[in-house]
Design a protein around this ligand. Sequence first.
Ligand code: C2E
Ligand code: MG
Ligand code: MG
Length: 253
Amino acid sequence: NEFEGFYQPIINMQQGAISKLEALLRWNQSEKEILAAFNFIEVAERSGLIIKIGDWVCRKVISQLAIWQKEIALDIQISVNISSLQLQQPDLADKIYGYLQANRVSPSNLIIEVTESMVIHSVEIAAQTLKRFREIGIRIALDDFGMGYSSFQYLQKFPVDIIKIDRVFIRDIEENECNNSIVSAIIAMSKKMRIGTVAEGVETEAQFKYLYRLKCEEVQGYLTGKPMSSAQVQQLLEKQKASLNNPPIAINQ
Ligand code: C2E
Ligand code: MG
Ligand code: MG
């Protein structure tokens, strides 16, 4: 019982508000140290333990969605990272659908994040599983876009609703002409294909402004919120809800 689901806000640029959350796994090894996922996910994948851990994460996220819907009437979308090993289970989508139904949560509240490198080993089964997710009404995000071997082939083969642009392209976007050409091309292509765009790893105001000008739809990164506990993110969401219900009164009325 040392695992915990953390949540990082994803901000819609036009609304200037949290539109989604990404669930990121944390391991509370001791009172002092909380391990981030990059420290242990690879080992969990190599050992096969990721199947059980991934199942725990899905159940946890869906029950959290049910709690937020019931207790604070909050309709938020959460995206969950899914490993290639999980995608190789032909019944994965229907198992997750069962969890959603048991908790009375709509499939439209859930997004599945996959990476290019992850789906590469099992293209056929992965494609079928992803298609099934889509039929159920769960959306698909392609994570770390641009860092794999065959980004464009995946767009052609798999049903994709959202592209998450890897943070290596965002890091120096204001001064690196090559990266800013790549990012603006990804955004233009996504718009034509009616695919949503999220820029990952946004850390500075300058990057944020630049992405706003490029008409990137959503951003995620330390600038707009680090991954945090469910209690912390709930406070943020309640504050946002209160301010949307009571917009500040204009001074010059
Ligand atoms: P990811 O899905 O691309 O998640 C984003 C990672 O970048 C997270 O690391 C997050 O903490 C970090 N990050 C977010 N904003 C910033 C920023 O502004 N700057 C920088 N430098 N980093 C930022 P984390 O939580 O350690 O996760 C690492 C990877 O582990 C994730 O990459 C994802 O692929 C995987 N992962 C995390 N949770 C799960 C899970 O529940 N299941 C599976 N299968 N994989 C997971
Ligand atoms: Mg992710
Ligand atoms: Mg990513």
